[in-house]
Design a protein around this ligand. Structure first.
Ligand SMILES: Nc1ncnc2c1ncn2[C@@H]1O[C@H](COP(=O)(O)OP(=O)(O)OP(=O)(O)O)[C@@H](O)[C@H]1O
Ligand SMILES: [Mg+2]
Length: 376
């Protein structure tokens, strides 16, 4: 799939811009603070219905010009053509439109699929388990609306259960409500874990082979799903749990940790404590990997996401790369762009075209960004 036309209206520092994108490689060059990340953010919003940079959505509306709302739209070409729009307003609730008709977030997601690679993506390896779960969930939600609904329901169950456990400090009788929440925790939690396990297996296969190529087969990357009841380190095993097994484990864990949960006042059991483990030649990349090794692993993971989405939807997503080229050595850059060039529409930002090889520049459509204006 690819974006044919993109329009920004009072979005961040863009007053009104409309541009045609190439189905292949698009490079946006500009100095700092000109609007490069803002542009990628707009595309991301059209894909996920919300930003990865802020949870306060009115920040997306252009300031200082008295704008009432920000509007981003895209013409997306896939098997069927699609018009997408997101409207964020100071006064009304956000609107998501597909072919000019308002729709829910659940049916909006998955229309335009994206994979995002930014300097901060290194947190996938270096960051917290929560960072890793977010990476995984963002990708699964794009390809599986049922997963998204289940996840939202599950998060509500954990919140309710937490407040109940906390209230139980003052009022023990509250605990009589726990079994009802436990039932939901087990059935929803199990569904989430099964889907994560399945997706990580697919990502594992693709990231391993991408990594082999990038590292000239010197190193082996292994991606492992570490469910909450297992230790997440280099001793992690690549296991494959059946649904009934997970259900039994969830119940057993609830039983074993009951008094601990009551003592601490929050939920200790369930996929809200899952993690992912990256191993390079069987050692833990988070603890022992060099910066370059970690970056290579993230790159391999991003390429695996691309293949995951292709496998699940039949089409490659749009790839958004914010300012990451200068961090990759020439070989990795060439490898990345050669793969993307064959497969996916790619939108790259940079402060300097010098970080691209002449061949890459020849193949690309280059735009300049200056103070919220896009010049072809
Ligand atoms: N809601 C808004 N209204 C107006 N301007 C905004 C708004 N939000 C951000 N900006 C402006 O957008 C500019 C930054 O844009 P952006 O983050 O896209 O820069 P960039 O080109 O990616 O720069 P860098 O190379 O430093 O990453 C800043 O000047 C910022 O003040
Ligand atoms: Mg930027």
């Amino acid at each position: 799939m690819h974006i044919q036309q993109l329009t920004l209206h009072n979005f961040r520092n863009y007053l009104r811009e409309s541009l045609q994108l190439d189905p292949g490689l698009n490079i946006f060059v500009g100095d700092n603070a000109q609007g490069k990340t803002n542009l990628l953010e707009a595309i991301y919003v059209l894909s996920l219905s919300k930003s990865y940079r802020t949870t306060r959505e009115t920040e997306l509306i252009q300031q200082g010009v008295g704008a009432a709302r920000a509007i981003v739209t895209a013409e997306v070409v896939r098997l069927a053509a699609l018009d997408l729009a997101v409207v964020v307003s100071h006064t009304d609730t956000k609107r998501l439109l597909v072919n000019q008709k308002s729709t829910t977030a659940n049916s909006f997601l998955g229309r335009l699929n994206t994979v995002l690679f930014i300097p901060d993506s290194l947190q996938l390896v270096k960051g917290s388990p929560g960072d890793r779960r977010r990476f995984l969930d963002v990708q699964i939600c794009q390809i599986d609306p049922i997963y998204r609904t289940t996840l939202l329901k599950y998060q509500r169950v954990v919140r309710q259960r937490n407040s109940l456990l906390k209230d139980a400090w003052e009022n023990r009788s509250q605990l009589s409500q726990l079994p009802a929440w436990d039932n939901q925790l087990v059935s929803l939690g199990k569904a989430i874990m099964l889907r994560r396990q399945e997706v990580v297996h697919i990502l594992q296969r693709f990231s391993k082979s991408a990594h082999e190529k990038i590292s000239d087969e010197q190193e082996e990357l292994q991606l492992i799903y570490a469910p909450f009841f297992e230790v997440a380190d280099s001793s992690s095993q690549d296991t494959n749990y059946a649904a009934e097994e997970l259900e039994q484990i969830l119940w057993a864990q609830l039983k074993a940790l009951r008094s601990e949960e009551i003592r601490r006042g929050y939920t200790l059991v369930g996929p809200q404590r899952d993690d992912l483990v990256f191993l390079i030649n069987a050692y833990d990349l988070k603890k022992f990997g060099s910066q370059g090794q970690q970056r290579t692993a993230v790159l391999a993971y991003i390429l695996a996401e691309l293949e995951l989405m292709h496998q699940e939807t039949g089409e490659y997503p749009v790839v958004l790369l914010d300012d990451v080229m200068s961090e990759l050595d020439r070989k990795r850059q060439m490898y990345l762009l050669s793969i993307l060039n064959e497969k996916a529409q790619t939108i790259v930002t940079t402060t300097s075209l010098d970080s691209f090889t002449p061949e890459t520049k020849k193949q690309a459509t280059v735009f300049r960004i200056e103070q919220g204006r896009i010049l072809a």
